[in-house]
Design a binder for this molecule. Structure first.
Ligand code: F6R
Length: 242
């Protein structure tokens, strides 16, 4: 695991954008595993700037997102499909048909989850997976548990995750309590992983990435099993690292 620490979130975002751009430069039809939330927002802004400057071409790129809230359709302004459209896809020349976000609404979410794993396989795997991290160490919505799922599944969100996500909703009661998320297997099968963390609230979880231990109770520690992970931090998120 490589740690890259920057003075500011903006610098960290620019660095993450460069890592992502590099993957697309090397492989025009790269499969990007993408995340939503505050952590990658700055990176997406920088990616759009680079696209507008003619530096990145998304025409062949494919994307596959980590997760979606159960109960929200893609036109809901807090759905992760909506987030991706408004923060990235609407601003670059990606073919929307090549963008994939799990479906959070359907008769049989288990069947949709299975189909999502098949889709990842059919795409030929993920070239680079972008991740944020929960203050409790979750990645995607693989929350701290005794056992974790390898495959895409419906996850119950922990109270602290619901609390953290409430900032985007009118009230805490509006926050979905479940999400469809890629499992640890698909995340670890990505060829390259970029984990972005910003702010003091992430410092404790980031610290757990530094030592020699892995635990399902801090799911992000499983990333230590992967050979190519870059952890991109601002100085607040890095403040507890030795
Ligand atoms: C989002 C996701 C989550 C977030 C995490 C951090 O697609 O999978 O794991 O990355 O909850 O969220 P932010 O970045 O909003 O602090």
């Amino acid at each position: 695991m490589k740690f890259k620490i920057f003075e500011t979130y903006e610098e960290a975002s620019a660095y993450s954008a460069e890592l992502l751009a590099e993957v697309i430069r090397t492989k025009r039809d790269a499969v990007l595993g993408l995340a939503t939330g505050s952590s990658p927002e700055g990176m997406y802004k920088e990616i759009i700037r680079r696209y507008e400057a003619g530096e990145i071409d998304f025409s062949q790129v494919k994307s596959i997102n980590l997760d979606e809230y159960v109960g929200l359709t893609g036109d809901h302004d807090q759905s992760y499909r909506y987030f991706m459209d408004t923060h990235l896809f609407n601003h670059v020349n990606i073919n929307k048909a090549n963008t994939h976000v799990p479906q959070g609404v359907g008769q049989d979410l288990a069947a949709l989850a299975k189909a999502y794993d098949e889709l990842i396989e059919n795409l030929g795997g993920i070239d680079v997976q972008v991740l944020g991290i929960g203050a409790n160490g979750h990645i995607g919505f693989n929350e701290p548990e005794h056992e974790l799922h390898l495959k895409t599944h419906v996850a119950e969100l922990k109270p602290e995750t619901i609390e953290a996500n409430a900032r985007f909703f009118e009230s805490r009661d509006d926050v979905p309590t479940k999400a469809v998320t890629m499992g640890i297997g698909a995340i670890l099968s990505a060829k390259k992983i970029i984990l972005i963390a910003s702010g003091e609230s992430k410092a404790e979880a980031v610290k757990a990435l530094e030592d020699d231990f892995i635990s399902t109770h801090v799911p992000a520690t499983l990333l230590k099993l992967h050979a190519d992970v870059t952890v991109v931090l601002d100085k607040e998120a890095a403040s507890l690292l030795t």
